[in-house]
Design a binder for this molecule. Structure first.
Ligand SMILES: Cc1cc2nc3c(=O)[nH]c(=O)nc-3n(C[C@H](O)[C@H](O)[C@H](O)COP(=O)(O)OP(=O)(O)OC[C@H]3O[C@@H](n4cnc5c(N)ncnc54)[C@H](O)[C@@H]3O)c2cc1C
Length: 507
């Protein structure tokens, strides 16, 4: 600190009424003039200045750098320059990564985690919410064939899928080996699941039906057989005035399975604030208030209304940022308590997405949310760089790219009145019919548009105008050749193709 008189002496232009000033031992420069002055000074001293070129690699002699490889950004011409000393003054203006992911849903995150684990510098560019925000709490591998038959042993049945199906492209044996890594991977990220590829189990839908599943969150209701709960007295407990959970549908469904159901509402004062407006009583809002002491109070209320019951079922509205509130509630209630999915948004789905994101960041990954990839430059069958809305005219370079932008829901595919297209690169799609062929009039029939997606080779490298893009891998719901809804295969394909792409990149 210096006194005001000293400040006015040093800088006569300052407001004479100031009551104090700070002297910083610092200076400022005009960066453009400084750079230009440095270039001129270097030239005067014999330097050769090359602009519009980017350094793409080093020339090495043992462990010494003896030069650099460059590429002209004007005409792509490649050159090599040698020197005794190489100075890297690139600053932070360029993002160059070993693997670039587009889409931060289940597929993009899984592929990125595997890539980051192998030590590769990996970045995800992602626009926004994914299918995980609507997640049921279960991952499906293969649940149904032709929309009717319920499958018990899913890997065996996958053998009879057509050769164009993603599981068959990977090979069912290899698919199985890849997917065996999913449960440990989820556990590393803090997500605990139950289930096995050997045999589907059953999950309870919000409408009271049992559906087959491969993996289910360990806090959810999980049944090995449809009659596992028969004869049990179960309390279906809702939060007072919460409307995105349907106890009556659930009890109707469970009663058909021989379960005796008791319906009850519970309330704690902490939630009063949400009842001021009906629109506030939503799963994600409730979860923000169900923490610490509020969870203990809720546990006491649940205990009170579920006396004489064998188990409790309640909506999955706890633990958006961690599963601590879930574990605390389970400890506080004296009988087994199971959660059932609500209608969206899915609190466990948001938690799953955040857990995978945090794990990726812990592995050193670069997560760029709220940005959208708008285009890319393909040269010599390789995707050289991508452009994003936020980076503007600064391209993002990578050795390999993964495109996991989802299907119509994620905006990985766009449908207009007369065409369907992939909006980032214009990749080839398997849409080989006119508009009337996109759908079946009976809405319950398998809808052809559900199987639309990008065309790839057997390594999931997509094609652009008939030519394979060699360093790009397409994964997840963006792929064509399957109907995730009718087959119950969404997460299995998403995860298998993500792990497959990661193994291609890291091998
Ligand atoms: C509503 C819904 C619910 C589902 N629930 C289940 C379920 O409970 N169980 C199950 O097994 N399967 C479910 N599925 C099937 C689902 O397809 C897969 O399970 C899977 O989650 C899809 O993951 P994804 O990463 O391929 O795509 P998405 O989850 O759609 O993610 C794509 C991501 O890419 C981003 N993106 C898109 N374009 C760009 C761009 N140009 N630049 C940057 N980012 C971009 C999007 O914002 C989004 O975050 C569900 C599908 C839907 C649509």
């Amino acid at each position: 600190m210096i006194d005001p008189r000293e400040a006015v002496r040093m800088e006569p232009g300052v407001n004479p009424d100031i009551i104090g000033a700070v002297k910083v031992p610092d200076g400022s420069v005009d960066p453009f003039r400084l750079t230009t002055a440095n270039i001129l000074a270097a030239r005067l001293n014999g330097a050769h200045v090359i602009t519009y070129h980017e350094v793409t690699g080093f020339v090495m002699n043992g462990n010494r750098i003896t030069g650099v490889h460059t590429r002209s950004n004007k005409n792509g011409e490649k050159s090599t320059y040698y020197g005794r000393v190489t100075i890297n003054a690139c600053g932070i203006s360029r993002l160059r990564v070993r693997a670039g992911e587009r889409g931060g849903g289940l597929s993009g995150l899984t592929a990125a985690i595997e890539s980051a684990k192998s030590g590769r510098k990996t970045a995800i560019v992602t626009t926004g919410q994914s299918a995980l925000h609507f997640w049921s709490g279960s991952f499906e591998f293969l649940c149904s064939m032709r929309g009717e038959e319920v499958i018990e042993r899913p890997v065996e049945r996958a053998e009879s899928l057509p050769d164009s199906h993603p599981y068959k492209k990977i090979g069912t044996h290899r698919t199985r080996r890849l997917l065996e890594r999913v449960q440990p991977l989820l556990r590393e990220a803090g997500i605990n699941t139950l289930g096995s590829l050997d045999r589907n189990h059953y999950r309870l839908t919000p409408f009271g039906f049992l559906k087959p599943a491969w993996l289910t969150l360990d806090e959810y209701l999980y049944l090995d057989h449809t009659d596992d709960m028969a004869g049990k007295k179960t309390a279906i407990v809702n939060i007072l005035s919460y409307l995105d959970f349907y106890p009556r549908y659930l009890s109707n469904g469970l009663r058909e399975l021989g379960v005796e159901c008791v319906l009850a509402d519970v309330d704690i004062p902490e939630l009063d604030v949400l009842r001021k407006s009906t629109t506030e009583m939503r799963s994600t809002n409730i979860s923000r208030f169900l923490r610490n002491d509020a969870v203990d109070k809720l546990a006491r209320e649940i205990d009170r209304v579920s006396r004489d019951c064998d188990a409790v079922i309640m909506p999955a509205v706890l633990g958006m940022f961690s599963d601590d509130p879930v574990r605390r509630l389970r400890q506080g209630v004296r009988r087994p308590i199971y959660f059932v999915a609500t209608t969206p948004a899915s609190v466990p789905g948001v938690r799953c997405q955040l857990s995978l994101r945090d794990y990726f960041i812990r592995l050193g990954g670069e997560f760029l949310p709220g940005d959208t990839v708008v285009s890319g430059t393909v040269r010599n069958h390789r995707l050289e760089s991508i452009r994003t809305r936020n980076f503007g005219d600064m391209p993002v370079y990578a050795d390999n790219f993964v495109i996991s932008t989802g299907s119509f829901f994620g905006h990985g595919l766009i449908a207009t009145i007369d065409r369907i297209y992939e909006p980032v690169l214009g990749l080839d799609l398997n849409v080989d019919c006119g508009r009337t062929g996109w759908y079946e009039k009976n809405v319950y029939d398998p809808q052809p548009y559900m199987a639309f997606g990008v065309v790839t080779d057997n390594r999931f490298r997509p094609s652009l105008k008939g030519e394979t893009v060699e360093n790009l891998f397409a994964t997840g719901a963006l792929l064509g050749g399957f109907n995730a809804l009718k087959e119950g295969s969404g997460a299995g394909i998403t995860l298998a193709t993500a792990l497959h792409a990661a193994s291609e990149i890291t091998r």
